[in-house]
Design a protein around this ligand. Structure first.
Ligand SMILES: N[C@@H](CCC(=O)N[C@@H](CS)C(=O)NCC(=O)O)C(=O)O
Length: 266
């Protein structure tokens, strides 16, 4: 790539990083520049800094031109909601075309994802991505700031809570469907216990709604999904810390913009 192009891209990248820092999104860690691209103590190493910026931009950022990235989602899906919240928190919301789809009836999805599940992310010039964890990882890598801690205990905590939320939301979804179908209670009991035990375990987590990373976003998914599916059931009783945390997260713009709702005709 011509040197002037690299420099222009690096300038753009530095400008974007500065804007992100000024926007001061709580909890967003600055991207860490690998040692091989570091400036020397004498301030030299501009070329290495330029190469670093270009490295970060190469690959994924190129897809984010208008219409270049499409996210297929359903407004009832907690997995799709997680990805949309992450996109919002990372400042990528405006750069992704959101396509609402019914995964059970719309044949288009299977051509992109053999499992025909939402969320599915379609990228210009790249393979489709699916599974919400993979898509979140991709968006996080593209954004130039991180919601997924890259190392240390914070990382394992975030990934653990992501796994917990995913399986608990899947259990809640199956429980809701089983209730609607009138399945006998013993068949639903194990699912109900998984949901209740997960809510109990979240009550014991040290969660704060003011500086969320992936851990907090995931921790707020199941309570939000329970409110949507069972508005008359009081999961808050006996769980005051989780209730306060959920209220703080629900007030965020990213959670407001992605509230669960029934699709038209359901
Ligand atoms: N592990 C997947 C689960 C996605 C998932 O189960 N999505 C549901 C909606 S909540 C779906 O599309 N179901 C359609 C189907 O199973 O046919 C993820 O994390 O993205």
């Amino acid at each position: 790539m011509a040197r002037w192009t690299l420099e222009a891209r690096a300038r753009l990248c530095r400008h974007k990083c500065r804007q992100d820092a000024l926007a001061g999104r709580a909890g967003a860690a600055a991207p860490v520049r690998p040692a091989k691209f570091a400036r020397g103590a004498d301030g030299r190493g501009g070329r290495r800094a330029v190469a670093w910026a270009a490295t970060r931009l190469a690959g994924c950022a190129a897809a984010f031109h208008p219409g270049g990235v499409q996210l297929f989602f359903a407004s009832t899906s907690p997995f799709a909601r997680k990805v949309r919240i992450v996109a919002h928190e990372l400042g990528l919301w405006e750069r992704i075309t959101m396509v609402e789809i019914d995964p059970w009836t719309d044949g288009r999805l299977r051509a992109m994802n053999p499992l025909a599940k939402v969320p599915t992310l379609v990228r210009d010039g790249g393979e489709p991505l699916y599974d919400s964890a993979v898509i979140c990882d991709y968006l996080d890598a593209c954004a130039g700031r991180r919601l997924i801690p890259q190392d240390g205990e914070r990382r394992w905590r975030a990934l653990r809570l992501q796994a917990l939320a995913a399986d608990a939301c899947a259990a809640a979804g199956r429980l809701f469907a089983g209730e609607r179908r009138g399945e006998p209670e013993p068949a639903r009991d194990r699912l109900a216990r998984a949901v209740e035990a997960t809510l109990d375990s979240l009550e014991g987590e040290p969660l704060a709604g003011d500086a969320p990373c992936l851990a907090e976003i995931c921790a707020a998914l199941l309570p939000g999904y329970c409110d949507f599916r069972w508005p008359d059931r009081d999961w808050r009783a006996g769980r005051p810390r989780l209730a306060a945390f959920t209220a703080a997260m629900a007030a965020r713009a990213s959670f407001q913009a992605t509230r669960h709702r029934l699709a038209a005709g359901t």
